[in-house]
Design a protein around this ligand. Structure first.
Ligand SMILES: [Zn+2]
Length: 187
């Protein structure tokens, strides 16, 4: 399986709006989607969007169970990542079709290392998407899964959770990044 390089904030590619996969693309998307899931597990994240690996298609992988032993390479390599990970959700062209309530929870992101912030999201949502079998499905979710869906679908629209964090936290993080960059130039 392939491990993708995960783009890091403030890479402008993270701001692109991903395109819907069409019917023909859906037939050939399996390998790509599995590699996105593989990258998510290896990076020890609970979700990853295609946008984060520089692919401009509306595909996300989510597994909030964290039950996989990510250190066991063979476990991932040798067998089918989908049949092994019962809680893995791969959603193509995901859309939020219902949202309700509010929840505030601390989030992080594989594209923004070292940054965490409390973010307000909808508590209950319904997501409509297409699976790797080409069939449409609807997931009802609340809590962590609901937050993960909203975070990942935001990525597909070029929206990052840092945009929703408090302006002070954002300013401090940007200043820290700038400092790191200027130090890199000196060395
Ligand atoms: Zn993220």
């Amino acid at each position: 399986m392939k491990f993708f390089n995960i783009l890091q904030y403030p890479d402008p590619k993270l701001r692109l709006k991903a395109q819907k996969a069409n019917k023909d693309e859906l037939k050939n998307i399996g390998e790509l989607a599995k590699n996105i899931a593989y990258t998510m597990y290896k990076a020890e994240g609970v979700g990853l969007a295609a946008t984060q690996v520089g692919i401009n298609k509306r595909i996300i992988a989510i597994d909030v169970s964290k039950k996989l032993d990510v250190n066991c390479e063979n476990f991932l390599e040798d067998r089918d990542i989908l049949s092994l990970n019962k809680n893995l959700i791969i959603a193509v062209n995901p859309e939020i079709i219902y949202k309700e309530g509010k929840i505030i929870h601390e989030e992080g992101c594989l594209s923004i290392p070292g940054f965490n912030a409390d973010i307000e999201r909808y508590k209950n949502i319904k997501v409509k998407a297409v699976g790797l079998d080409g069939k449409e499905f609807i997931v009802e979710s609340d809590g962590i899964l609901s937050i993960a869906f909203q975070h990942e679908i935001d990525h597909l629209d070029g929206v990052l959770f840092i945009d929703k964090a408090s302006p002070l936290k954002r300013t401090l993080y940007n200043a820290k990044l700038k400092k790191l960059k200027s130090e890199e130039k000196v060395h």
